[in-house]
Write a protein that binds this ligand. Structure first.
Ligand SMILES: Nc1ncnc2c1ncn2[C@@H]1O[C@H](COP(=O)(O)OP(=O)(O)OP(=O)(O)O)[C@@H](O)[C@H]1O
Ligand SMILES: Cc1ncc(CO)c(N)n1
Length: 301
């Protein structure tokens, strides 16, 4: 049965501050018109300032969540975020073949610098990378997956993304959010299933409020993948959405650390003329709110 909103699943950890993890994923799914569902792998005690504790969900209960959900609902796409441990990574791997359009964000460290994946889980994460349709590692995660040093420039990031592809990963989006480039842009490297490389570059938003950008991007790709067409188009649309959410992040004023992006920027800028006006008049030029292109969905529906 196909309804008005594709069923999209987030397999991830909880962030009580609402900017990353399953909370960010559900907001992103909703903002982009998908029907969001979750399988929770871990609870974190976390704020915009950092992570103070992690409480993993028992492996048997993660299995129970999968079995119960999949008996009833077939997701049209899913994203995998925080896994925490090797055992949880292996359990999620068992279910990888049951979900189409599967995206793995190999979360290792939070924006605050706190570890979210045990060192001993890396081998299992490498194996999971070869069982999904797309992986979205940042510069640091790309290096850990390859057991090498983080790329110092775009050329090195391209080489590393291609190396992951050669190791049997279907598609790679190596994110350059953490890399300083001379042109001051945020550039990601996409390697498609034929090994062809496309650079996706967007204006760098000058903000410290980047908590959950990685979660938001992988969720946006999942939310759009059942409808947007090919992977490159889907990723472009997801980056466009994230660019707008990032550009509006400062206006949210949430927390005292690295705050979240504004997942509902599109709703706000159409529904609330005061915010729309603020966005136009803020430090950003209006044209910079658009990254590559807009997603062709109207909101509110
Ligand atoms: N300041 C910025 N301006 C514009 N785009 C950005 C900025 N920072 C990150 N991005 C983009 O956001 C996406 C996420 O990239 P990033 O490298 O920050 O991922 P991440 O480290 O996994 O995120 P997180 O901080 O949530 O763990 C990428 O597409 C990247 O290019
Ligand atoms: C639960 C969770 N998942 C992922 C991230 C990465 O941003 C985070 N900070 N928290």
């Amino acid at each position: 049965m196909t309804g008005v909103a594709p069923e999209v699943l987030s397999i991830a950890g909880s962030d009580p501050s609402g900017g990353a993890g399953i909370q960010a994923d559900l907001k992103t799914f909703s903002a982009l018109g998908a029907y969001g569902m979750t399988i929770i792998t871990a609870l974190t005690a976390q704020s915009t300032r950092g992570v103070t504790a992690i409480h993993p969900v028992p492996v048997s209960f993660v299995r129970e969540q999968f079995d119960t959900l999949l008996e009833d609902i077939q997701p049209k796409a899913a994203k995998i975020g925080m896994l925490g441990s090797a055992e949880l990574t292996r359990v999620v791997s068992e279910y990888a073949s049951k979900v189409p359009n599967l995206i793995l964000d190999p979360v290792m460290v939070a924006t605050s610098g706190d570890r979210l994946l045990e060192e001993s889980a890396i081998v299992a994460v490498r194996d999971l990378c070869t069982r999904v349709d797309l992986i979205t590692p940042n510069r640091y995660e790309t290096a850990v997956l390859l057991d090498t040093n983080p790329a110092r420039c775009l050329d090195e990031l391209i080489d590393q993304a291609l190396e992951l592809f050669e190791h049997g990963v279907s598609r790679v989006l190596a994110k350059g959010g953490h890399m300083e480039t001379a042109d001051g842009r945020a550039t990601d490297v996409f390697v498609d299933d034929l090994g062809d490389v496309t650079l996706l570059s967007s204006p760098r938003v000058n903000t410290r409020n980047t908590h959950g950008t990685g979660c938001t991007l992988s969720s946006a790709i999942a939310a759009l993948s059942p409808r947007a067409g090919d992977w490159l188009t889907t990723i472009r649309k997801a980056k466009a959405y994230l660019g707008e959410a990032l550009a509006a992040a400062d206006a949210l004023e949430i927390g005292h650390g690295s705050g979240p992006v504004d997942h509902f920027v599109r709703w706000r800028s159409t529904a609330d003329s005061t915010v729309a006006k603020g966005l136009q008049q803020g430090p950003l030029k209006p044209g910079e709110l658009r990254v590559d292109e807009r997603v062709e969905i109207s909101w509110p529906r």
